[in-house]
Write a protein that binds this ligand. Sequence first.
Ligand code: ZN
Length: 241
Amino acid sequence: MSNSQFIELKPKIVLGVAAHPDDLDFGASASMARFAADGADVYYLILTDGGKGSSDRNISTSQLIQIRRQEQRQALKTINGKGVTFLDYPDSELEITLNLKKDIVREIRKIKPDVVITNDPTVIYSKTRGFINHTDHRAAGQATIDAVFPLARDHLAFPDLLLEGLEPHKVSTLLLTNFEEQNFFVNVSDTLDKKWQALAAHASQISDMEAVKTRFTAIAAAAGNECGYHYAEGFIRLDLM
Ligand SMILES: [Zn+2]
């Protein structure tokens, strides 16, 4: 049993990697805001174009892609993030390929994060919450874990990246979002309101902001209960040796 939940995390550079615009804001934006307020540079890497996330039949994929990019940029602003990169893989078709891993490695080597945040790819479904974890979320999490270790770290992996001047980089800590199994909590008592601002930016995805707020306030309170904070966001934390 790890005791890492007792070691406070003070990252200098944080990279969140997710499949869709809005994933990081649902899972980790209050923590991102906390880290940014404590002086960290926070970056997002969004792997797909988000072009299928709408039930509105009057909106085209290309319109939706533009809207969601704008929403993600706006959300990042609310948490004082530094920048977001969009890789534009087609939404709902994300596969765990070497190319995807290489694209993530490129970003890790450029940004040199000490902390990377992504989805826990082992979550396929939840019996208690009655949901299936989106295939893109699982692919994003798995490809990111593989990029963090060993591919970003090893100079012999992707020698062409080395020729581009992208030196190997060792990530210190990986945080995985998993709403059911958590061993680390970030105190977000002062930054939960930033999460509402970040989520409100994703207007194309959220029809009832009050319902989202109610649901995620309960989640943050339950996580806080686990660790003695008023509100918290929980993760699986791996400190990489
Ligand atoms: Zn998503």
